[in-house]
Structure formats: structure tokens, C-alpha cells
Design a binder for this molecule. Sequence first.
Ligand SMILES: [Zn+2]
Length: 208
Amino acid sequence: MFIVYGRRTARIKKYKNDTQSCPNCNFFGVNIKVYRDYYHLFFLPIIPVGINTSKIYCNNCKRQIRSNSIETEYEGKARAPIYLYTGILLILSLILFAILNNLENQKENIKFVENPIEGDVYRIVKKEGNSTFYYFLRINEVSDDTVYSYHSSLMYNQFTDKLSDNDFFDQSEYFIFTKADLKEMLDKGEIQSIKRNYKENTGFNRVK
Ligand SMILES: [Zn+2]
């Protein structure tokens, strides 16, 4: 993809000063324009960069005037407007959204392990040495504190959120947990996700 990015300059403030005279035409009244560079991505401002700069113009003859003291005064006064931070604010809100979403998921998962029902599907992650693999458990029956589940017939060595077409839950063998076991597995991060009310194309209803 062709990415357009780089550094541009924005005029962030314009001031009027009528007590300042022009050395060229002696007219009292100048404009001070303050500028700031910013990084952009596809012309969307990401974040301001560098320091403010400024230019002073006579309001009468329009010529540029040099004055370090005035330039410094107004450069110090002008704040970069919020829109120059658009990109960074967007990124921060996405991160915040992800965190809140994750908290919400985690809360829901706690409810699910405390109250498992038939059909719940857990994605389990296991790490052994340098390798990570995944499999699924499908709750088949809950009796008081005991939870009976079926194991997916396959293990996956990469992340997936559905069964592959040739996979199914194998009902020849039960995997038995207590609710406390499930809570512990969730706390340890072994239970990565819990699905209830999933779609048919996940394959989570295939039990053989
Ligand atoms: Zn002038």
C-alpha cells in the first residue's frame, strides 16, 4: 500500500498587537502568526513536533518585521490546538476501548465458569517449551459442582476461533472438572475464551 506521511506546518494562532510599530512605515499595528510542525499520516495530524515558530507582519505595508523579543513572547503563548493530536488521541482511544472490552469479556467469562451450561465451548491454550497449542472443550453436562466436557479431536498450533472442517467434539471420552478447576484455569489464562450462543459455522455443535 502507498502510505502518505511526513511533516507539515500548521498556522496555529494569529495575534494582533497595536502597540508595536513598523520600522519600515512607522504604522502602529502588527500581526503575529505562530506556526507549529506536525507529523501527518494521509494528511491526518498525528502529533505536533518541534517548537513554535512565528512571523510578524506590518498591518499597513504588509512587510515582515524581525523582532526576537516579540517572536519569543508569542511563540511561548501559543498552544498547539487539539486537532494536531488527532492521531495520537485516536490510538489512545482504541487502546482504552480494547482494555474496557477485555475487562468486560473477563467479567463475562467469570460468570460463565461459575455457571457453566451444556454447549459452552472453551478455547484452551497450552504452552509447552517453545510451542503453544490450542484445543477446545465443549461442556456436555453439569451436575452440582462437576462439569463433564468433550475434547476437540484435534489440537491446533495456531490461534483459531472455530473448529476446522474435519474436527469435532469426541464423545468417546469425558474430561471432568470442578467449577473451581475451571475458575483456576481461567485465572491462569489457560481458558482463553468461552463461547455461548455461537454460530453454526464455528463447528461447535459437531459432536460425534
Ligand atoms: Zn509597515
